[in-house]
Every structure is written in C-alpha cells, then in structure tokens.
Design a protein around this ligand. Structure first.
Ligand code: ACO
Length: 461
C-alpha cells in the first residue's frame, strides 16, 4: 500500500467518527466492559456503539445485536469475542464498511493457530479493512480522547507515540508514564502484527502533527527491509527510539517463546538501526529519558555543550558522561570565561564545567544560564545543581524557567538536580514547563546525546 494510502486509512483508526465494541460485556472487570468504560470515561467525543446479541444496554449506551444493526458509519471496530468467533464478526464488519478493526482476542499465531490468523487477515484484506492485532490491549490516541484499551484510563496528553509489541509491558508503561508525568500522543498495542505493523505506524506518526517522537518496544520484525526503508525516511523528520529486546542469546530464546518472533542476530539489528537513524535504547527508562528530551527540545545548531554546576563532583561525572556518549564540550574562549567569572566567587571555575561553587545563589545561576543561552558559541546546556541550604531548588527552577522562556534563541537544555524532596518538586516543575530533568548527571547527558545523535542524522548539524 503506498504511504499516502496507509496514512489516509489509519486516520480512521486514530480519529474515528464512531467506534463499535464487539463483545461489549455487561459485566464489570470483563475486557469488553472495561473498553466501553474507558471510551466513555476518557471522554471520547465520537459515537460509541456496544455490540452484544444478549444485551439491551451497556453503561447507559444502547446495545446492538450485530454491527449490521448499527445505524451510522463505523470507522473502528474493537473486537473482544473469543478467537473462534472473530472470523464471523469480521465478515460482518466488512459488510458494514468498517475501515479498521482492532482485534483484542488472543488465541491466534502466538499459540500456533496460524491458519486462524491467516483467515482473519484474508477477511480484512477482502473487505479493504486494516487490522490491528490480534492479541492486543487496544489503542489510545490522546488528541481525540480515544482510549479504546483495557489499560489505565488517564493517559496524559503529549507528543510521544508509544508502540508496544508486548501487551503486559505496554499496559504497565501506560500506568508508569502517568506516574512519571510523561505525556503521550498515542499508545498502540501491536500484538501479533498480523496486518498493521511497525512500519505502517511509522508512516502514520511521521505524518501526524500531534506526534514528535516515536518510541517502539520491539521483539522482532517480519519485514526488516521495509522497516529499514521507512525508518530511514522517517528518522530524517522525527526521531525513532527502539527498545529491541532479546539482545542476549537467552533473551532471544525468551522472545521466541513470548511473541513467537525471531529475535535474529542482535548485531544485524544494531547495524540496521544505526543505518536507518533509529536510536536504540537498552531499557525503557533510557528510552523514555531520550523521548522526553527529543519531544521537548529544539535540535541544537552546533556541537558545543556547556556544563553549569554548583558542585564539582557532578560536573566531573557529567564530563565523563559527555566523553562516553559523544557530547562535545565547548573549549572555553577567554572572553566567555571572563563573562562567567562575574557569577562566581574567585575560587570558582569558569572553564567547562563552569563551577559556580556551592555558594551559588539563584541569581548567580540566572546570570550564568542567561550568558550561556545568549552566546552563539554555546549550542546546548547541561545544568546541574546539588541541593544546598544557600539555594532554594524551587526558586532556582523558577529562575531557570524564566530565563529559558525569555531566551531569544531556543537551545537544548537538560537539567539534573541532586537532592531531596524539594529538588524532586523543582524538577517536576521544570518538566511541566518543557525542560527535561533527570535524577542523575549521566542520565541528563545520555538524553542530550540522543538529541545530538538525531540532530546529526537528520542533518540539523
Ligand atoms: N458479537 C458480540 N458479542 C458477543 C458475541 C458476538 N458474536 N458472542 C458473544 N458475545 C458477547 C458475550 O455474550 C459476552 O458478553 P457478556 O459478558 O455480557 O455475556 C462478550 O461478548 C464477551 O464474550 P465472552 O464469551 O464472555 O468472552 P470473554 O470476555 O470471556 O473473552 C476475550 C473474550 C477477552 C476476547 C478473550 O477470549 C481473550 O482473548 N482474552 C485475552 C485478551 C488479551 O489478553 N489480549 C492481549 C492483551 S495484551 C496483554 O497481555 C495484557
């Protein structure tokens, strides 16, 4: 299917005018009930049609015996009936003219029922429907308030699209992103990828104005060549982060018994990802660290980073991390050192790291930070702070936010505060204001390094 066609059809998956839930249940805690509830309570604005031959009404919504009885057009049908009933239900969807189906049901290729899986794909193709799944927890698209999943409800809006081949991990991370305050544009459970796969969704989210970063948890890909070709193109426009599980020999075996995917040679994956501009993360913590930076920050205009700190130790740790992750530190020109000296006592250091010392006040930070944001030779800032009684972390956060928003030129800035509760509160405030924060200097540098790797690949620098 040409990419414009894929995008056009998947528009109805994420922005449907009406959603039918086939296998909508009357009983709380059953999957078919909770999906209808999520749709209602996440305040999806389109029409919701529960379908169940035995029910009159579910959660106050009129229920239909078959999708063929639904009066209006249906763009998305979420199917939650036992696997053996799926082919019949799908045929009715096809006759109704449904554009996309999301098959929640398990019991297909993942347990060896390859024929049944082929049958449902054939039915979908026959009627021109795209099929998500089977064996999925559903999908969420925050701009349209669509939560057609049985995962957590209150997904925070943002601009990271998160695609997961693993169901349980995907659901768990939905909850975790809410706790961490990470905003998402979409969550998509890929399941067996019998039809819609990572490459289709890359095409879609590449064109989606509500998405800035695409993050994938992947165990295997069926058509590696196609994925690479599309990823190569998409990475020039938007960063793609992949957590590819099954790196070790035993991990690959675990993958085979989990999703039935062939993990393949890990070296081949690494090379393929690198060639197609995909940023490969080792853990979900790392992946979301990078995604937060990439979704919030502008690309840098050059290679020179600067470290601002009130603590020598964290400055050194960040310097080591810069070396390790390939972030280049600005070789400080004499006049810039002179400028930074104004904001530190005589025993401070204006070299890079710029050490404002433990007695640095909020205003000293402001002066130095504004200097860094102003000077065209500085392309990015790593701002570190160790909690002291001299500087209030929350007031410091306010100063950083103010300087950042008032800067004439936007530069990537990553922040690490090390301290107690007040530092944590301050970091959350910074995060809400669009400045990515990290609990360690290494994680802050790793995130900035991801921003650099993408900027280099996409030709920004
Ligand atoms: N059309 C519409 N509704 C129907 C039809 C039909 N043809 N036939 C039956 N129904 C109704 C049933 O009456 C029932 O409603 P009720 O509860 O009000 O009686 C409802 O549809 C559901 O049917 P059940 O037979 O009760 O099926 P159940 O809900 O137990 O299971 C399910 C269906 C959830 C799809 C199950 O078969 C399954 O596959 N579960 C696994 C799902 C899963 O884990 N997916 C992967 C997620 S990822 C992860 O790991 C978290």
């Amino acid at each position: 299917m040409p990419s414009s066609e894929v995008v056009k059809q998947l528009e109805y998956l994420f922005k449907p005018e009406a959603v039918a839930v086939i296998g909508a249940s009357r009983k709380p805690k059953k999957i078919g009930y909770e999906i209808v509830r999520n749709l209602l309570e996440y305040e999806y604005q389109g029409k919701i049609y529960p379908v169940n031959p035995k029910a009159e009404e579910i959660l106050g919504l009129k229920c239909y015996k078959s999708i063929l009885d639904v009066p209006g057009r249906v763009d998305l049908a979420v199917i939650s009936v036992p696997a053996k009933l799926v082919p019949a239900v799908l045929k009715e969807c096809g006759e109704k003219g449904v554009k996309n189906v999301a098959v929640i049901s398990s019991g297909f290729g993942e347990i060896g029922n390859v024929e049944l899986e082929k049958e449902i794909v054939d039915i979908a193709r026959k009627y021109g429907m795209r099929l998500l799944g089977p064996n999925i927890f559903g999908l969420v698209y925050t701009p349209t308030r669509l939560n057609a999943s049985f995962g957590p409800r209150d997904v925070l809006p943002g601009n990271i699209a998160f695609l997961s081949q693993s169901g349980a991990l995907g659901i768990a991370l939905m909850g975790w992103t809410i706790l961490e305050g990470i905003g998402l544009s979409a969550v998509v459970s890929l399941g067996n990828k019998a039809d819609i796969d990572d490459a289709d969704l890359l095409e879609y989210f590449n064109a989606d104005p509500n998405t800035r970063v695409i993050l994938i948890y992947m165990e295997g890909i069926k058509d590696g060549r196609r994925f690479m070709d599309i990823a190569k193109k998409v990475s020039k426009n938007k960063p793609i982060i992949v957590i590819k599980a099954g790196r070790s020999e035993k991990g690959a075996k675990a993958v085979a018994s989990h999703t039935g995917s062939l993990a393949g040679s890990d070296v081949i994956y690494s090379v393929a990802f690198r060639q197609s501009g995909v940023l490969r993360a080792i853990s979900f913590e790392e992946a979301f660290d990078w995604a937060r930076a990439l979704s919030k920050l502008p690309p840098p205009k050059g290679e020179n980073a600067i470290i601002l700190t009130n603590g020598g130790g964290v400055g050194v740790l960040a310097t080591d991390a810069c070396e390790e992750y390939d972030v280049k530190l600005l070789d400080m020109p004499e006049d810039l050192m002179e400028a930074f000296r104004k904001y530190m006592p005589p025993f401070g250091s204006p070299k890079n790291p710029v050490d404002l010392t433990g007695q640095a006040s909020e205003e000293a930070y402001r002066g130095a930070f504004e200097e860094a944001l102003r000077d065209p030779r500085v392309h990015s800032v790593i701002l570190l702070y160790c909690e002291t009684i001299i500087t209030d972390p929350v007031l410091l956060a306010d100063v950083i936010i103010d300087a950042y928003h008032n800067a004439k030129e936007k530069k990537p800035v990553v922040v690490n505060f090390v301290g107690g509760e007040a530092s944590d509160k301050a970091m959350r405030k910074l995060e809400r204001e669009g400045i990515p924060t990290y609990p360690t200097p290494e994680r802050a540098v790793s995130a900035l390094a991801a921003v650099y790797r993408w900027a280099r690949y996409s030709g920004h620098i």
